[in-house]
Design a binder for this molecule. Structure first.
Ligand code: CUA
Length: 156
């Protein structure tokens, strides 16, 4: 069988690239320990959210200088805690889960947009550098009053 010279060159490049990609993947996975986030995810019994720490006491806690931890639960049709207030420049580490069905957790104007899945604890962190009223809203259809499901963070 005759293979054209250019075809041979491209075939060689293709095979070499394949081995380069496999080598990069192998080194990052086995030598550098790179894993998908699901390898160390945080789970909870969805039926016992309100009895499980820290979700038995949802709220905003000061953990360091201008750093907060917001322990939150979502339910049909709202979020706990209902309202939060922080100073400008503060960082919040959100720790959120749902007590019932799938809900959304979006803060328009930031890059926060999570899906809250029963049994899973979602984590995200954000620094609020501009004063104002930030809306947290549900963007996953969850029932009759889905469109009223929201809470606010006041930054001042
Ligand atoms: Cu919760 Cu839509």
């Amino acid at each position: 069988m005759h293979i054209h010279k250019l075809e041979k060159i491209w075939l060689t490049i293709g095979i070499v690239m394949l081995f380069v990609f496999l080598a990069v993947l192998g080194v990052s996975a086995f030598a550098m320990g790179v894993k998908p986030p699901s390898a160390h995810h945080h789970q909870i019994d969805p039926a016992k959210v309100t009895e499980t720490e820290p979700f038995d006491k949802p709220g905003l806690h000061l953990i360091d200088d201008n750093k907060y931890e917001a322990v939150m639960t979502a339910f049909t049709f709202g979020y706990a805690p209902d309202k939060m207030e922080i100073p400008v420049g503060a960082t919040i580490n959100f720790i959120v889960t749902t007590q019932d069905v799938v809900h959304g957790f979006e803060i328009p104007g930031t890059n926060i947009n999570m899906m809250l899945v029963p049994g899973e604890v979602s984590h995200v962190s954000h620094t609020f550098t501009k004063p104002g009223e930030y809306l947290i809203l549900c963007n996953e259809y969850c029932g009759g009053a889905h469109e009223f499901m929201k809470t606010t963070i006041i930054v001042k």
